[in-house]
Design a protein around this ligand. Structure first.
Ligand code: SF4
Length: 260
């Protein structure tokens, strides 16, 4: 086995004559999370949950697996936030069942319910469907209802409570409308639940099906597919790289090097 490489970069903590300091436990946890994220396969389809993102060019970069700008990869902290969202979803499912609801989150084979369309190039997996009360008693909501759950920090949660999901979180609203359409769950309003990850308060909102929004989402998806097939780059959303959306975009440098 070869000798371990010594990191001589400034800031590495290496002092000649002294053994290099071992990585901290935090560093090891972060490295483990990043390794796991790298192992996870990239999506080969356009996610139905993403059709409402503001910039179609960014969505095209995402769909085509275009590498993000150096240094813009998801940090280990963000990966932990993503995992928290999944865990909170499981908690919320448990609470809905404790309330007596018959909530279906998995098929018989243990996989999530979902849909594929456009030759399987647009797809999505839903959090669940509420089909009634588990004991057959009258259900307080119309069913079958799509269930979609998010975990939000306090500021985001308060904004959603105040304005409603459609105004406060248009990407989520687009996701809900798309899922209702393709899962044929359009008769009953969807049940959107959001957990305040700071206070653990719960927000429950009924979201009636919006066919025009669902159509707009589908049209956007088709636009991304068609442009990609034609080797065309979709236009930017902004005239300046300082636009708010661009400042937080993972492809900002690449995008602004390319033609408008
Ligand atoms: S930098 Fe701006 S215009 Fe370019 S892909 Fe990102 S959000 Fe869209």
């Amino acid at each position: 086995m070869g000798a371990a490489l010594i990191d001589l970069n400034s800031g590495s903590g290496f002092v000649p004559g002294q053994a290099p300091a071992p990585p901290s436990l935090n560093d090891l946890i972060d490295a483990g999370l990043r390794r796991r994220a790298e192992r996870e396969q990239r999506r080969t389809y356009l996610g139905g949950s993403r059709l409402g993102v503001e910039c179609l060019r960014a969505l095209q970069f995402e769909f085509t697996g275009t590498p993000v700008d150096p240094g813009r990869e998801f940090s280990a902290q963000i990966l932990r936030v993503f995992e928290r969202g999944h865990r909170f979803e499981d908690m919320m499912a448990g609470w809905l069942r404790l309330a007596g609801l018959d909530l279906r989150t998995e098929r018989a084979d243990g996989r999530q319910f979902g849909f594929r369309t456009a030759g399987s190039r647009i797809a999505g997996h839903i959090d669940g469907v509420i089909v009634g009360m588990a004991d057959g008693s009258p259900c307080p909501i119309a069913t079958p209802a799509l269930w979609e759950c998010k975990a939000l920090n306090n500021k985001s949660w308060q904004d959603t409570r105040k304005k409603g999901v459609t105004i406060s979180k248009p990407v989520y609203a687009g996701q809900i409308a798309t899922y209702q359409a393709y899962m044929e769950l359009t008769d009953a309003p969807a049940i959107f639940t959001a957990i305040n990850s700071d206070t653990m308060e719960i927000l429950v909102e009924e979201v009636p099906f919006d066919p025009a929004l669902a159509q707009r989402m589908t049209d956007r998806g088709v636009q991304v597919l068609e442009a990609t097939d034609a080797n065309e780059l979709l236009p930017r959303i902004a005239l300046s790289r300082d636009h708010f959306g661009c400042r937080f975009c993972s492809w900002q440098d690449r995008c602004w090097r390319l033609p408008a």
